[in-house]
Design a protein around this ligand. Structure first.
Ligand SMILES: [Zn+2]
Length: 226
């Protein structure tokens, strides 16, 4: 019988794969972590954190392949409902003040008090093209939900360095640029275990416009537009 090494077992336990049963209900992941779910129409990524529960398809099967698995619904549920827009606006105001230098912050959600907070990172060295900083210490039930940083007067995009910083991350990532203009460039993404999905920002003015209704009728995680 083949036995796994302890190292392999630890590595594989970080992302186990589970088959969705054809008729029984598959219980949700009951602790923080992630799994791959093999379903009838492809493979889904299931991610659980104190502040998030998400299921999103990450791969499809080739046409015609017969699999015995059941269906699974896509969902994205944020414990704090929507990220408050006023905290993002507060960050943009700070970023404008120091532009063209870059700054960063985190937006946190306390799952006991249900409160959101903006916490500016302590810059260790900030230049117009690079940023290193210390992450502020968080409270016991406070979770880092949004990573936000500025690009000064440059466009907002996910740079090569940003890509390295977000490798394997589960977070909302927001980049703010063109701070010398009246309307800054804002790009927002939801990362699920490194899988990146764009979130709307500039296009929508109302909460109901923000996020697409998916095939299961659930509204995607949005940013509070009030
Ligand atoms: Zn960047």
């Amino acid at each position: 019988m083949q036995t796994l090494s302890r190292e392999d077992q630890l590595v594989l336990d970080q992302l186990p794969a589970v088959m969705v049963p054809p008729t029984s209900v598959l219980p949700r992941l009951d602790k923080n972590g992630q799994r791959l779910l093999m379903a009838r129409d492809g493979t889904y990524l299931e991610v659980r954190r104190d502040w998030l529960y998400a299921v999103r398809r990450c791969a499809t099967f080739r046409e015609g392949l017969q699999v015995p698995y059941g269906r699974i619904l896509e969902t994205i549920e944020l414990a704090g409902r929507t990220v408050p827009r006023d905290l993002i606006e507060a960050f943009i105001a700070e970023a404008r003040f120091v532009s063209p230098l870059e700054i960063g912050a985190v937006v946190t959600y306390d799952f006991e008090s249900s409160e959101w907070a903006l916490r500016m990172n302590r810059s260790v060295s900030a230049t117009a093209s690079a940023l290193s900083y210390e992450i502020v210490p968080l409270g016991r039930a406070e979770r880092r939900v949004v990573d936000i940083h500025s690009h000064g007067e440059s466009a907002a995009f996910v740079s090569e360095k940003d890509r390295k910083d977000t490798a394997g991350a589960t977070a909302v990532v927001i980049v703010v640029g063109q701070l010398d203009r009246d309307t800054p460039d804002v790009k927002a993404y939801l990362y699920l275990h490194g899988m990146c999905m764009p979130l709307p920002w500039n296009e929508c003015k109302e909460t109901s416009d923000c996020g697409d209704e998916d095939t299961n009728g659930r509204i995607e995680v949005g940013l509070d537009q009030q």
